[in-house]
Design a protein around this ligand. Structure first.
Ligand SMILES: [Zn+2]
Ligand SMILES: [Zn+2]
Length: 149
């Protein structure tokens, strides 16, 4: 997805609902009209503000109250752009073990495992490449194979 595509997904207000003026980005999902000063928020701003004021909010509640789809809420959480407040009703689970987490895709344990797994795959791939070039320590087999072909 392009940068603009990703931004569009968060429903950025571009024109003022009050006067039609240009909305200026003020940071953390907040926009001010340059003409009348009307304040508006994109999905990120709405969710962030709602969570700040409602510490125990669930994704379903957020969808109902601020009209941001649960899918978008989860996306923001996965992006690490928002984090569930300490002590809140957790509404994000580790995709591997189902443990409750506050942001991201995995719990710290599983994230470690995922990385270890990736590292092992990388090692395996490098071993295969080394073997293919006859660079492994026991190079005899490799040499034989080359002779045969
Ligand atoms: Zn305005
Ligand atoms: Zn986990």
């Amino acid at each position: 997805m392009s940068m603009l595509g990703a931004l569009d997904a968060y429903h950025i207000p571009r024109t003022c609902k009050e006067c039609g003026g240009v909305m200026i980005f003020k940071g953390v999902g907040e926009y001010h009209c340059e003409d009348c000063g009307f304040v508006d928020y994109d999905d990120y701003g709405k969710v962030r503000m709602y969570i700040e004021n409602h510490k125990g909010a669930t994704a379903a509640e957020i969808e109902k109250e601020v009209g941001v789809a649960q899918r978008t809420v989860r996306h923001l959480l996965k992006d690490g752009r928002i984090e569930i407040a300490e002590g809140s009703k957790v509404y994000l689970r580790c995709e591997l073990c189902g443990k409750q987490i506050r942001s991201g895709q995995f719990c710290p344990d599983c994230e470690m495992k995922v990385h270890r797994n990736l590292e092992e795959k990388q090692r395996e791939m490098m071993r295969k490449v080394a073997k293919g070039f006859g660079m492994e320590k026991k190079s005899e087999e490799g040499q034989k194979r080359f002779v045969r072909e």
